[in-house]
Design a protein around this ligand. Sequence first.
Ligand SMILES: *[C@@H]1O[C@H](CO)[C@@H](O)[C@H](O)[C@H]1NC(C)=O
Ligand SMILES: *[C@@H]1O[C@H](CO)[C@@H](O)[C@H](O)[C@H]1NC(C)=O
Length: 119
Amino acid sequence: MFVSVVVPCFLLVLYCVAPVLSVSSTWGNISNSAQLLHAENVVYTSSPEKYVEHEIKYPTNGIGNGRIITGIRAFDQVTNNTGGHATIYSGGPGFNFVNIKLQSQYNYGLIFRVEIYGK
Ligand SMILES: *[C@@H]1O[C@H](CO)[C@@H](O)[C@H](O)[C@H]1NC(C)=O
Ligand SMILES: *[C@@H]1O[C@H](CO)[C@@H](O)[C@H](O)[C@H]1NC(C)=O
């Protein structure tokens, strides 16, 4: 994924700036009527010679309220190209649970806000 982003950046610096600086993700649909089921702010300071990982589980205690997840947003708050990325590895939109993993870049920390919406 990085290779395809880096090469065109030499030609199209301005076009590429926004996607490269932070890796925020959205899954599913977040409509105006969706309810915020869970929000979590994750902050880890830089970690020399390490990848920082953080797992988000919804529902937190394993017992949901039966609501189906319709959309999820993971906002990377780091804007200087040292941010991390988010991956869903189980559940998600259409399910009543989700497990999300946030991972930093090597040597750096994580600052994310994750929002889970449902109906
Ligand atoms: C998102 O909304 C579009 C248009 O309403 C719909 O076709 C699509 O199936 C929805 N996707 C999910 C994951 O709910
Ligand atoms: C990048 O931004 C983060 C968060 O704002 C900050 O902690 C970090 O020191 C910055 N790193 C560099 C290399 O500027």
